[in-house]
Design a protein around this ligand. Structure first.
Ligand code: ZN
Ligand code: ZN
Length: 681
């Protein structure tokens, strides 16, 4: 190979020889001009890096460090570069077109530059902070004493369209750090000065990206020109303190989002509307399911009668399943002596999440943040032998945890909640089967409640730092192996996250995927090497000697409150028959049909259905509308014809008027839906 050429390996494995200093754009043009027009950025990897090292990459602008530091951190073998970046060594090259996640981030960060350009053209007194891409768009932190109004945001967006229409190339320029600091200091750009000082070192060169007359300190990469930022919107503005310190200047964070095309942008806002329409806090009020009351305190849930009914169904199902699967149901107190929390270690490592102690006549007490010590005391209440194991204690236990004010969120983040908690005590030889049983139980919860998709994560330790963990390396290996082996035996794909385990044991997390594709962390199967040691738990083995049992914590709903919140959003409040608090609404056409309506209600209730008869002296259509708004699965209308022939006229949720059928036919249909836990309605 001549010193003036370099080798480029394309994704299909073919090699191309090109002049040293060629850019990805040159190479794309060499392949086809149409390709050159479609690519956004390039991903390169040194050719000597073996493929086995994977494609870990520096995500463009994912973090502040990544935004400003010029170097690629160690271990990262691939990185995203401008199409205009000259290549000086042999590389594997991927030309990223639209639809690539990494390319979208580059488009979004470029949109942030376009927005900064517009802001400075309209409001030249503004000082710039930083403008990274995010998972859903981008923002730019700016300093300007006058708050930006809605009209200002509209004007900024309009000016952005002009900047895009000008199709200014993004040009990378390099200058000395000292020159950059001098210029920014003179211009009063205190945030840029801070970022240069923090993320570069004396003697470094810094990179700037210029489009038209706007220049920004930035590592890049960027799209080739402003014209490539095609579909965007400025969405909102929020206050933030510089460096998160309230003694500092108040900044304004202007948010926007950008996509490859208008279709994706529209889909994004449709999805946001869909999420808003499913907000469990709004539906909880509208459907009268639950409330949170200022007078009682934040993060504390009041279950109204209809929400209470759903909860009863969830809890009954869970308790019955526990018994069917060999668990014992237990109940433990809400407050226990402070000394117990000292033995368990919660006083130390969990104290700041607990409510403060209360002084009673004999001792200090604390509200329980977890159920484990209670279950352990039951285990310890009599001697245990290997013949007693496994012991599985389950409780729908109310726990109280201190969450900072302002962090609470409906049913999802609360200060008091109910864990469907269980603790398994077993021998090391039993552990794998126990883990499998927990996984099967978790799958059954998801299927029963209507979730078909889930993701599993396995958090393990960092074996290089055994001092950070309690429990012997041998125990850790055994535990991790049992968890892996259980997942493999069930054929469940999982992602291992080394170093993510708690200090007391590895765990499996099951994250369900809801109808909008959102992930929710609910079920956990967690090993514990800490509590059995702290409480000196033991059992007599087959050898007649004392041994320490293996302890596993597991929760499947996670919390009943949180799971209910997820259910409300997943179903948009339209619960399937078996979960619906009211399953059937009855509307008599006039007062003279009241008697027949009441007899229909009695028949349905006798079959175990939950029925609401609207006997008010209101217009029929108004009643139907109201029952429909409450998302009741079936509304039955009864008039002369139905009364005379033992029929009901059926309106089905989502389908509308289905005409009259014999009452028995409807009864069979409705009870079958409940019995089967059917998802269809
Ligand atoms: Zn930039
Ligand atoms: Zn526990």
């Amino acid at each position: 190979m001549s010193p003036d050429t370099i080798s480029i390996q394309l994704p299909d494995g073919s090699l191309r020889s090109v002049p040293r200093g060629s850019t990805p754009f040159d190479i794309a043009t060499g392949i086809s001009p149409r390709l050159a027009a479609a690519v956004v950025v390039a991903r390169i990897r040194p050719l000597e890096a073996s493929a086995a090292e994977g494609v870990a990459e520096t995500e463009a602008a994912a973090t502040e460090e990544a935004m400003y530091s010029g170097s690629v951190s160690s271990g990262q073998t691939a990185r995203i570069v401008d199409l205009s970046a000259p290549l000086h060594e042999d590389v594997a090259l991927e030309l990223l077109k639209e639809a690539d996640e990494a390319a979208l981030k580059v488009v979004r960060h470029s949109a942030a530059h376009v927005m900064a350009t517009a802001i400075l053209e309209l409001f030249p007194e503004t000082k710039l902070g930083h403008g990274p891409a995010t998972d859903s768009g981008f923002f730019y932190d700016v300093y300007r004493p006058t708050p930006f109004t809605e009209d200002d945001l509209t004007a900024i967006e309009r000016r952005m369209h002009e900047v895009v229409a000008r199709n200014e190339p993004f040009v990378r320029e390099v200058e000395s750090r000292e020159k950059g600091l001098e210029d920014y200091t003179r211009e009063g750009e205190f945030m840029k000065v801070h970022f240069i000082e923090r993320f570069t070192a004396p003697g470094d060169e810094i990179s700037l990206y210029r489009n038209g007359s706007f220049t920004d300190f930035c590592r890049g990469p960027h799209v080739p020109s402003t014209g490539r930022v095609k579909a965007f919107k400025v969405t909102s503005v929020a206050g933030a303190y510089w460096l998160g310190d309230e003694k500092n200047q108040q900044l304004q964070r202007i948010y926007g989002t950008a996509f490859f095309n208008a279709k994706d942008l529209d889909a994004h806002f449709k999805r946001l509307e869909e999420i808003k329409a499913r907000d469990h806090r709004v539906l909880g009020k509208q459907l009268d399911l639950f409330s949170i009351q200022e007078v009682a305190g934040a993060g504390l849930i009041f279950w109204h009668p209809k929400g209470g009914l759903v909860r009863k169904i969830m809890e009954d199902w869970m308790r019955d399943e526990c018994i069917r699967r060999g668990y014992d149901l237990v109940f433990t107190p809400h407050i226990m002596r402070r000394d117990l929390w000292k033995i368990s270690g919660h006083e130390g490592f969990y104290g700041e999440n607990m409510y403060p102690p209360m002084e009673l006549d004999d001792a200090e007490y604390r509200l329980k943040p977890m159920n484990c010590p209670g279950h352990i005391l039951i285990y310890k209440s009599s001697p245990r032998s290997y013949r007693d194991l496994p012991i599985r204690y389950a409780e729908l236990g109310n726990v109280y945890r201190y969450e900072r004010s302002g962090t609470m969120h409906g049913l999802l983040r609360v200060r008091g909640f109910t864990q469907d908690d269980a603790h398994v005590f077993c021998t090391p030889g039993q552990i794998e089967d126990e883990v499998i049983a927990c996984i099967e139980f978790a799958q059954s919860v998801l299927q029963t409640f209507g979730f078909s998709d889930f993701k599993v994560e396995l958090s393990t330790w960092d074996p290089a730092k055994p001092q950070d963990y309690t429990g012997s390396p041998e125990n850790w290996r055994l535990a991790i192996e049992s968890l892996k082996s259980a997942l493999n035996r069930k054929g469940i794909p999982y992602k291992e996250i080394p170093g993510e385990a708690a200090f007391y044991g590895p765990k499996i997390d099951v994250k369900l995927v809801d109808i909008l594709g959102r992930l929710w962390q609910l079920s956990t199967v967690q090993f514990d090497f800490n509590l059995p040691a702290r409480f000196e738990l033991e059992y007599t083995g087959e050898d007649g000697e004392k041994h320490s049992p293996v302890m596993v914590h597991r929760a499947l709903f996670g919390s009943v409150e949180r799971f209910f919140g997820v259910l409300i959003e997943h179903y948009a409040g339209a619960f399937p028959m078996w979960l619906a608090p009211v399953q059937v609404g009855i509307v008599p056409i006039s007062e003279k049909h009241l008697e027949y309506a009441a007899s229909v209600k009695a028949r349905l209730e006798a079959a175990g259905l939950r029925v609401d008869l609207d006997a008010r002296n209101e217009k029929m259509n108004a009643k139907i509308r109201e029952l429909t708004l409450h998302k009741i699965p079936f509304v039955l209308v009864v008039g002369d014809k139905e009364s005379a022939s033992e029929q009901v006229s059926v309106r089905t949720r989502g389908k509308g008027d289905e005409g009259s059928v014999p009452l028995v036919t409807f009864l069979d249909r409705a009870t079958a839906l409940v019995k089967d836990h059917a998802m269809a309605l």
